[in-house]
Design a protein around this ligand. Structure first.
Ligand code: NAP
Length: 281
């Protein structure tokens, strides 16, 4: 079984991006800039944002974090986004989710200029992705896609099962696999027989949030299995896939941690650079 090393793949991607940033700098005499808005003091969000900032600096991006307290008014955040939209030194804007309850998440997402939407959540980018046009692609599914392509460069005709249909993961993942000419089944909490669906799959992407949902006898021999889940349990962090069982059957599997997670941040950097490049055309 191939253990898909997301840490290594992310380090390789960051090294490529670092070179690209250096080339862009010498060509345009400026570097792509990522601005993250962080609201409140939720510890996981603070950790994510710190990691994003560290990785952005590592590849040579201009990086900035704007912090607001939990009590910040929605209007203040929307005004700041407008300011960043028209700031030429800002290539990408990310508002760290979740937001406090009094702030309308969709309003915030839609306030970001789609050409600076490095999360790929703006309806314009969602529509472009599903229409097969160029767009920012949500970072986690993009990371999964790059890992799958490393194992199997030609996905045409493969059967893929995506478990979970969130806007963040399942739906964009489905679009990416469709674009590669996979036959894709998207499953969710109302799917009648998830095991039977998974047993058909050459590729399984699990993005559910239920610890070890996908079992060893759900997986065809030689399947590629990507585990997006990050679940805190009494035994530590586990994914949505039963690692020990599935590793006995699968051709390739991502571990948790150390699989998809590291690729997510690397893909955020990639999206920032891609936004910059599109803005220079
Ligand atoms: P989400 O928004 O809660 O969506 C979960 C999806 O799973 C929903 O579509 C839900 O179906 C489906 N589902 C729930 N129970 C199911 C069941 N028994 N069988 C089949 N499908 C079921 O979750 P998310 O934001 O996509 O996150 C999923 C997991 O990925 C979480 O563990 C999260 O922490 C992790 N995550 C990891 C990264 C990373 O960088 N590695 C990034 C983001 C998220 P319905 O639509 O019918 O409710």
């Amino acid at each position: 079984m191939i253990l898909i090393d997301g840490k290594k793949a992310a380090a390789e991607l960051r090294a490529e991006l670092k070179e690209e940033v250096a080339e862009l700098k010498s060509k345009h005499n400026k570097v792509p800039g990522l601005t993250v808005i962080l609201i409140g003091d939720l510890t996981p969000s603070q950790i994510y944002v710190r990691n994003k900032e560290k990785s952005a600096n590592e590849v040579g991006l201009k990086s900035e974090v704007i912090k607001y307290p939990d009590s910040v008014e929605e209007k203040t955040v929307l005004e700041k986004i407008q300011e960043l939209n028209s700031d030429e030194t800002v290539s990408g804007i990310l508002v760290q989710l979740p937001l406090p309850k009094h702030i309308d998440k969709q309003k915030v997402i839609e306030a970001i200029d789609p050409s600076k939407d490095v999360d790929g959540f703006h309806p314009m980018n969602v529509g472009n992705l599903s229409s097969g046009y160029e767009s920012s692609i949500p970072c986690t599914p993009l990371g999964c896609y790059l890992l799958i392509k490393k194992i199997e460069p030609n996905l045409s005709g493969k059967k893929a099962v995506v478990v979970g249909r969130s806007n963040l993961n399942g739906k964009p993942m489905t679009q990416l696999l469709l674009k590669e000419n996979c036959t894709v089944t998207i499953t969710h909490s109302k799917t009648k027989d998830l095991k039977a669906e998974c047993l058909e799959a050459d590729i399984i992407v699990a993005a559910v949030g239920i610890p070890e949902l996908v079992r060893g006898d759900w997986v065809k021999r030689d399947a590629i299995v990507i585990d997006v889940g990050i679940n805190k349990t009494d035994n530590g962090i586990v994914g949505d896939v039963h690692f020990d069982e599935v590793s006995k059957n699968a051709k390739a599997l991502t571990p948790v941690p150390g699989g998809v997670g590291p690729m997510t941040i690397a893909c955020l950097l990639k999206n920032t650079i891609d936004c910059f490049k599109r803005s220079q055309i």
